[in-house]
Each structure stands twice: as C-alpha cells, then as structure tokens.
Design a protein around this ligand. Structure first.
Ligand SMILES: Cc1cc2nc3c(=O)[nH]c(=O)nc-3n(C[C@H](O)[C@H](O)[C@H](O)COP(=O)(O)OP(=O)(O)OC[C@H]3O[C@@H](n4cnc5c(N)ncnc54)[C@H](O)[C@@H]3O)c2cc1C
Length: 263
C-alpha cells in the first residue's frame, strides 16, 4: 500500500482540490478506538464543493470509504486500501436552528453538539444524541439512537453526494431506515441534514438536558481504551491487543456501558 505512489498516479486530476491530502495516514489518529493501520490516502475536503470536485476526479476503481469519528469502526492493522474521506469540522461541522423546531447540521457535527444546539434553541427531543460518541454522518448511516429514540424519528431530509460528486436530496423514507441501518446507497456521502421532532411544535418545544446522557459520557472515556479487550483478542488489531488491559475490568466497563444505555 503506497499512498505516495497513488497520489503521484493521480497527477493533475487533483489540481483543483483545496482540501488536505495525506498519503499513508494512520487511522489510529482519527478513529475513536485509536487503532488500525494506515489509509492509503486520506482526504479532508474543505467544503462540499471541494468534495464534489475530488469525487468527480477520482477513478471508479479506487475504493472510497467515508469515516466520521470512527466509533463504529475497527480498522485492521493492514490499513485501508484506496481513499478514506474525513469531513472537516470547518466545512461540515456547523449546526443551527432553522425555524421553531428544526435544526440543520453538517455531517461532521458531533452528535453531542447537535443535542446542545437543540437545547440552546429550546427545541426538545434531541437529548438522546448527547451520549452517542459519533458525528451526524455516522448517525445518519447507522440510524443511531439511545433511550428509545432513533435518528429516523428526527430526520426530515438528507443532503448527499454520489461517487461522481452529484448532489442528492433524500427524504426520510428514501433513507430506508431499519434498526441501526440505512438502506441509502452505500456510495453516498452525507454532507448535511435537517432534523425535526416529528411530534409537532407543541411536543418539540422546551428542550431539556438529560443527566443520564452525561453519565453515559463519563463511562465511555475509560471504555475507549479498555472495552475492546473483552472481545476475542485474536481478531483485534495489534494496536488494541498491545494495551494488554485487564479483561475483567474491560468486561465490567462494557457492562457499565450497557447499563448506561438502560439507565
Ligand atoms: C462507547 C460507545 C457507545 C456507543 N453508544 C451508542 C448508542 O448509544 N447508540 C448508537 O446508535 N450507537 C452507539 N455507538 C456506536 C456509534 O457511536 C454510532 O454508530 C455512531 O453513530 C457512529 O458515528 P461515527 O461518526 O463515529 O461513524 P463512523 O464509526 O466513523 O462510521 C460508521 C459508518 O457510517 C459511515 N459514515 C460515516 N460518516 C458518513 C457520512 N458523512 N456519509 C455516509 N456515511 C458515513 C461510515 O462509512 C461507516 O459505515 C457507540 C459506540 C461506542 C464506542
């Protein structure tokens, strides 16, 4: 896997791109579990237009993987072939209230900030995002949820780019949601979405903070280093196995994490 060679091979095709291109970029630097080998080429687009230019220039045969915060990804020690795209906070990380009950959020907005934006705007029904350690793009793809509420109950419309850089607007129904899954075409890269509590303005007002979600976050930080050790070690990336944490402790943290879901 030679990122420099790949970049050289792409030559002038990428001359119009403004974002950051990093060959052989360690996935352990950008994933929640801090584990995994290098991406052949990491691209961090400056904004949606830049992403479209990049995708249009990319040959079909180059595999493309978009990642958020990587809290639902475990990358192999062998790394990732092709291009990994990580949306920049500057170009895709803004969330704002639009109207009385709706919020528009870029795909790189952390779920926690989406919850905070709703709270500040007095919009209810978004506190469940506070304890999920991902970003909006991952939540849209995974139908993230907690405390009995899922993303599919809040999404109104999603903006996405296909492999050629064309814009698509998807309705909630077109996202094809099921439990922790969206049927939207795997090649689509979500760039932003509009969320709304479908219960209507009366139910959506008066957003309140939920102390259960703070408790979940307290449990997650230690779990970040240890939780994986409770799994089948033979299948984990070396960078995780090297931590050699006590398995009993890890399982206990995992159990605390699950109880955090129910609490
Ligand atoms: C400690 C812990 C607690 C968790 N708690 C919960 C929980 O309560 N509820 C829950 O639902 N999940 C939970 N998760 C799982 C995870 O946080 C969620 O699935 C989260 O939504 C993943 O978001 P991410 O940004 O980290 O996505 P990633 O892990 O980076 O990616 C996940 C998937 O989404 C795709 N993706 C990411 N961004 C985009 C984009 N812009 N466009 C298209 N596809 C994209 C990726 O290609 C990948 O297929 C937990 C995970 C951990 C480690």
């Amino acid at each position: 896997m030679d990122g420099e060679g790949m970049l050289a091979g792409l030559g002038d095709r990428l001359s119009g791109v403004r974002g950051r291109l990093t060959p052989s970029a360690g996935m352990d630097k950008i994933t929640w579990f801090r584990a995994g080998g290098p991406a052949e080429l990491l691209f961090q687009p400056a904004d949606e237009e830049d992403l479209a230019v990049f995708l249009a220039a990319m040959p079909d045969e180059v595999p493309v993987l978009v990642v958020g915060i990587g809290s639902n990804l475990l990358v192999r020690d062998g790394g990732v072939s092709g291009v990994v795209i990580r949306l920049s906070a500057k170009g895709f990380g803004t969330a704002e209230a639009i109207g009385e009950t709706a919020i528009r959020a870029g795909a790189a907005t952390p779920d926690k900030r989406l919850a905070a934006t709703a709270l500040e705007a007095g919009i209810g029904g978004f506190h469940f995002y506070h304890g999920i350690p991902g970003a909006v793009g991952g939540a849209l793809r995974m139908n993230a949820g907690a405390n009995g509420v899922e993303t599919r109950e809040r999404v109104r419309v999603v903006r996405a780019l296909d492999r050629k850089g064309n814009v698509h607007i998807l309705s909630n129904a077109e996202m094809g949601y099921a439990y922790r899954h969206s049927d939207a075409a795997p090649e689509l890269i979500f760039t932003s979405a509009v969320f709304e509590d479908g219960r209507g303005p009366g139910a959506s007002r008066n957003g309140s903070a939920d102390p259960r979600e703070d408790r979940r976050l307290d449990l997650q930080e230690p779990a970040r280093n240890l939780r994986l050790e409770g799994s089948r070690q033979g299948r984990l990336p070396r960078s995780c196995r090297r931590r050699r944490a006590d398995v009993g402790t890890a399982l206990q943290l995992h159990d605390q994490h699950r109880r955090g879901h129910r609490a």
